[in-house]
Design a protein around this ligand. Structure first.
Ligand SMILES: [Zn+2]
Length: 238
């Protein structure tokens, strides 16, 4: 469940990611009525088994069984922000007419970690940043992190989302907006793509560095998805 918007007084339009990775929008009738059984099963970020009936325009949720609610009943503000950022990117990387099971698998895993007590506030930034770089790499926007995007030099000290990854200092001088990156953060960018979520969670990082990586991930996603990412902006600005 990636998103929900109000429809009339008691209904919702929900945006879902199917197990096959297809984006589905459906109407959940009565889901906003107090005590509605559908309401708890159409909660944001949850995994649910749904039966959809074909409607005139949108499908209609006729039955729902909750399988997992990763954020639990009373999520912290930080966890809500992180899960919202994940859902926002998933929505932009899934389509009504295209299957891609990887999108479902990585999104479900990232949302689970957003609600996992083992993931502290600092690592929430790391997980969301890694999610963005991993998912966008999968969909065709893989940053070049091992040689300068423009000349192939191995000495890398700048990042540019529009250029496509890391740059050497001399090429960066001709790229507007190229951002200087420390050697430690060059290493971290590579780790975000190379390491599994579990491995990233087990690697210590300070809060400023984690936020910096999230800012680079935001730049990468906003540039290549050509979209304003409000939940991610919110997460960075908190
Ligand atoms: Zn260069």
């Amino acid at each position: 469940m990636l998103d929900k918007v109000k429809l009339k007084e008691t209904d919702l339009i929900v945006t879902l990611l199917s197990e096959g990775g297809r984006q589905i929008r459906a109407v959940a009738k009565g889901a906003r009525k107090p005590g509605s059984r559908l309401a708890v099963r159409c909660e944001l970020f949850c995994t649910a088994d749904l039966l959809l009936a074909r409607g005139r325009n949108l499908d209609i949720v006729s039955q729902a069984e909750l399988l997992a609610a990763p954020l639990g009943a009373a999520p912290t503000y930080e966890r809500m922000c992180a899960a919202s950022a994940v859902a926002e990117v998933a929505k932009l990387c899934s389509f009504e007419d295209a299957e891609d099971p990887f999108v479902f698998a990585i999104t479900e895993r990232a949302l689970a970690l957003c609600g996992d007590d083992a993931c502290d506030a600092v690592h929430l930034d790391v997980i969301v940043a890694a999610y963005i770089f991993k998912l966008l790499s999968h969909t065709g926007y893989r940053p070049d992190l091992f040689s300068c995007v423009l000349c192939g030099d191995a000495a890398l000290s700048y990042f540019s989302a529009s250029a496509g990854g890391l740059l050497c200092a001399s090429c960066a001088s001709s790229v507007p907006g190229a951002e200087e990156v420390s050697p430690a953060n060059v290493g971290w960018l590579r780790s975000l793509l190379a390491l599994r979520f579990d491995e990233l969670m087990g690697t210590p990082i300070d809060a400023m560095q984690a936020t910096y990586l999230l800012a680079l991930a935001h730049l990468w996603a906003a540039t290549h998805l050509d979209a304003r990412l409000r939940a991610l902006e919110f997460m960075l600005g908190r």
